[in-house]
Design a protein around this ligand. Structure first.
Ligand SMILES: *Cc1c(COP(=O)(O)O)cnc(C)c1O
Length: 390
């Protein structure tokens, strides 16, 4: 029997089963309150646009500092809605990192823009600001597209380099969007995600740090009242404020009242959970830095730790060993977007070397607030043993 398995047997009784994300443990904490909330929705019967939607929007405005929160159907629509507000055409370039979930690119194309892929920084896995500058210059030189939007992604919860991104956008007369689908609870220079870019889209998919019990999302508008109004209209089929006449093309982008009811109870414990995520991340950072390269964060940034991700040599072999020892891991993402069939028409010449390398190296470890410190140490022990063996 190999060393990792021995270790696993030895610790099994003490650490129990480790989940990659443990929604069941969380549900135990909030079950009664969620049941009450769901029953209240059944009683009032306003399944769409119920009072819980307003309450959630106000709560999230208070928590994040964004002036307007528009609750919507999912994290992808949370990006599509504000992008539709810009009336993008195929001549408009929207710069996105090549290493992200497919939804970022889908949102750009569905909203009518053209994605321009940008390489990532190898340490933060977020959009490289130097490569962004190069690609903006390329687009301007070529003259076919007009640079309109920089849509950064806060990968794994770690805020992108908004101080630099906002400066570039200002100089180029562009707009910064944040795909904050993974970063609710992240911070930069003391400001919460939602307040780092003029527009942020976030996701409440069940597996995200703040997750509903079904699909849900929100567009957060930092201060632009007009943008918020247009987003509200687009979310509701493009209607006017009385929701009668269509004044623009819109979508059905509403959030179910049931999801808002669940989210209200999840938000109530979110910030304690965030502290717990940070405690686990500190253990991982301390104990894994000698065998792997944990994701780095830009100066002044705190990750929301939706995921805890490292780059590691012999990734696939290490992953297999860890799995055998009872440590579930995941790979986000195995393939950069510019190499996927749907988006290969937008692949830049010469590829995106850092995106391609990251796809081969990254590994996400169990990360949720109900991991004990003992479990975190066990996971580190297993990772060390696995690295020795491969
Ligand atoms: C999850 C995710 C989305 C999409 O969110 P959905 O709620 O699943 O639509 C968009 N971008 C990124 C980076 C994501 O991780």
């Amino acid at each position: 029997m190999n060393g990792v398995s021995n270790l696993a047997l030895e610790r099994e009784s003490r650490v129990g089963n480790i989940a990659f994300i443990d929604l069941k443990a969380q549900q135990k904490v909030i079950r009664e309150r969620v049941e009450k909330r769901l029953l209240a929705v059944l009683d009032h019967g306003r399944y769409i646009a119920g009072p819980e939607i307003d309450e959630l929007e106000e709560t999230l405005e208070q928590k994040t500092g964004a002036k307007h929160v528009i609750a919507c159907s999912n994290g992808t629509d949370a990006l599509i809605i504000p992008m539709m507000a810009l009336n993008l055409t195929r001549e408009d370039a929207v710069f996105i990192p090549g290493f992200t979930y497919n939804a970022t690119a889908n949102a750009v194309l569905i909203a009518g823009g053209t994605p321009v892929f940008v390489d990532i920084d190898p340490d933060t896995f977020n959009m490289s600001t130097t490569d962004l500058i190069t690609r903006i210059e390329e687009v301007k030189l070529e003259g076919r597209l007009k640079p309109r939007v920089i849509c950064a992604v806060d990968l794994f919860g770690s805020p992108a380099d908004y101080n630099v991104l906002n400066r570039i956008a200002e100089a180029e007369d562009m707009l910064v969007f944040a795909d904050g689908a993974q970063s609710f609870g992240g911070k930069l220079d003391g400001q919460w995600v939602g307040n780092l870019a003029p527009v942020t889209g976030t996701s409440f998919f069940p597996g995200k740090a703040l997750g509903a019990y079904g699909d849900a999302g929100a567009t957060l508008v930092r201060d632009d009242d007009e943008m918020a109004k247009i987003c509200e209209s687009i979310r509701w089929h493009g209607t006017d404020e009385q929701r009668r006449e269509s004044v623009r093309v819109g979508i059905n982008g509403r959030m179910s009242t049931f999801m808002a009811a669940v989210l209200l109870e999840k938000v109530a414990i979110f910030y304690d959970e965030l502290e717990a995520r940070h405690r686990i991340a500190r253990i991982y950072n301390e104990r894994l830095s000698d065998i792997a390269r944990p994701q780095q964060h830009v100066d002044g940034a705190e990750s929301g730790y939706g995921y805890y991700t490292i780059a590691i040599d012999n990734r696939d072999a290490v992953r297999e060993k860890a799995g055998e020892a009872g440590v579930p891991t995941a790979i986000y993402y195995m393939q950069p977007l510019h190499q996927m069939k749907a988006f290969e028409a937008y692949a830049p010449e010469g590829g995106l070397p850092n995106c391609e390398k990251a796809a081969g190296d990254v590994l996400s470890l169990p990360m949720h607030p109900y991991l004990t410190e003992e479990q975190a140490h066990f996971i580190c022990d297993v990772m060390h043993a696995a690295v020795k063996e491969v």
